[in-house]
Design a binder for this molecule. Structure first.
Ligand code: AHR
Length: 331
């Protein structure tokens, strides 16, 4: 036993010194470590435009720590150019995998081609990309963003029960895959009701400040009492819109119905206070799903599904207080 251990140590030393030959003990040990989760992963994050996004980053870090993953996070401050730079830097550092939350859907082929050439798998988080070459990424962990819009639209139609309704829409960042989808889905959701119409639509860039500004503009542009509902592509913009409605002397949640997407703690607080009516959940826990599939892929080449879909559950005021308590420390 002792002789075997001694031989093993010498063989490891030699393998390390020469750096050649069949996969030596050191390499095998490193591979086994990776299979066990000791990966280095680069995460190109969009920024921190919303509470949801901040929670996604926080959970990505927490889950990495739990699994012994070294996570390198790069904040792109909403710029695709910064994301491309970060991906190139991750490639140069030789990371084991890359997570990418793409700010917009187009323009990724070249840099993802470079990651592919370097044998580094890329997992998309929370948004899809437009590409004719699906081999450029290993998997995408996202919700069905068209369905999110549908859920919101159907809720509005059923709540109105035949009443006429002029809806204003606050969209997210133009060019992001989910913005066109959330719009399309909502339009489909309300398409069964000729009495429900979108009368104004504008981007609030997924931020509270912009959401407020856009809602102020809508209130000024529309005749008093003529807006019946607001559909915002995320909760943060809705929180901003709620503030704008209050400042204009309106009662959000009753004078104007409010439905949005994400299910962040602040919207549950607003629902519990009667200021908002519904939200569609988008889980911020995207990275743990990516870590799981990357661990299996690295261990024995298990091919993950091309799309790992997260649920789109509707939440209403009846559970808002409890949901707020349950989520407030996660964010
Ligand atoms: O891509 C997910 C979206 O981006 C969230 O709905 C929004 O809050 C975020 O900024």
């Amino acid at each position: 036993m002792k002789a075997f251990a001694k031989y093993g140590a010498v063989a490891l030393m030699l393998a390390a010194m020469t750096g050649c030959g069949d996969k030596g003990g050191a390499d095998k040990a490193a591979d086994a470590g990776k299979a066990g989760g000791a990966l280095t992963i680069g995460f190109s994050q969009i920024g921190s435009e919303s509470g949801w996004r901040a929670a996604e980053t926080k959970l990505a870090k927490l889950e990495a720590e739990k699994r012994g993953i070294t996570l390198k996070v790069s904040d792109a401050q909403q710029q695709q150019a910064n994301q491309i730079k970060a991906i190139r830097s991750f490639i140069a550092q030789g990371v084991d995998a890359i997570l990418l939350a793409p700010v917009i859907s187009s323009g990724w082929d070249e840099v993802l081609g470079e990651a592919k050439a370097a044998n580094i798998p890329v997992v998309l988080l929370d948004r899809q990309i437009d590409t004719a070459d699906a081999s450029l990424y290993l998997s995408a962990v996202t919700s069905d963003t068209v369905e999110e819009g549908r859920v919101a639209g159907r809720w509005l139609v059923s709540t109105l029960a035949g009443r006429d309704c002029r809806v204003v829409e606050i969209q997210g960042t133009i060019g992001a895959s989910l913005v066109a989808n959330r719009k399309k889905g909502f339009e489909e959701g309300i398409s069964t009701a000729a009495n429900v119409q979108i009368v104004r639509t504008q981007s609030g860039e997924f931020t509270r400040a912009k959401g407020k500004e856009v809602m102020e503009g809508f209130i000024k542009a529309e005749a008093p009492g003529s807006i019946c509902a607001v559909y915002a592509h995320n909760d943060d913009m809705m929180i901003g819109a709620i503030q704008a409605m209050k400042e204009a002397g309106l009662k959000p949640g009753s004078d104007i119905l409010a439905v949005s997407i994400d299910a962040v703690p602040d919207i549950f607080k607003a629902m519990a206070d009667g200021d908002a009516n519904a939200t569609v959940e988008l889980t911020p826990d995207m990275a743990s799903r990516a870590y799981d599939l990357l661990a299996a892929y690295k261990k024995d080449g298990t091919q993950p599904p091309k799309w790992v879909q997260t649920p789109s559950t509707l939440y209403l005021p009846d559970t808002a207080a409890a949901e707020y308590e349950r989520r407030k420390d996660l964010y």
